[in-house]
Design a protein around this ligand. Structure first.
Ligand code: HEC
Length: 99
């Protein structure tokens, strides 16, 4: 009995802690965010890259790697996603835009 109750309490405590952690790690708001989520969440979650900071050239290489992995992206979305990544996940990201 007791160990089960502990497990439930533990899960509840964990669940209560989850939402802020998720919000904190979400991709920053900004132009191109929707396109980036669309293009980049098909094979892995955005958590694969949302904490990374790279220069524009490094993001270009990353996107090229994803294309090699089988990603399809239109030319327009490519430019939008590259601009978004190199701005908001760049070396010196701006403060988050308001919603
Ligand atoms: C076609 C499937 C696919 C799509 C779409 C995709 N990825 Fe990936 N991604 C992968 C695979 C496969 C790996 C390798 C996973 C591993 O290393 O375990 C990976 C790994 C990564 C990594 C970790 C490796 C590194 O370069 O540090 C990053 C960052 C990344 N992806 C970013 C992106 C971004 C940004 C996009 C959108 C432009 C994207 N991915 C879209 C398949 C994809």
């Amino acid at each position: 009995m007791c160990p089960n109750l502990l497990k439930i309490l533990c899960l509840l405590a964990f669940a209560a802690l989850m939402p802020p952690a998720v919000a904190q790690n979400a991709l920053p708001l900004g132009p191109g965010r929707d396109e980036t989520i669309k293009a980049c969440s098909g094979c892995h979650g955005t958590d694969t890259f949302q904490g990374i900071r790279r220069s524009e050239g490094q993001w270009e290489t990353t996107i090229q790697n994803m294309v090699n992995f089988g990603m399809t992206i239109s030319d327009a979305d490519y430019d939008t996603v590259l601009a978004y990544l190199s701005t908001y996940l760049g070396r010196t990201p701006p403060p988050a835009a308001s919603p």
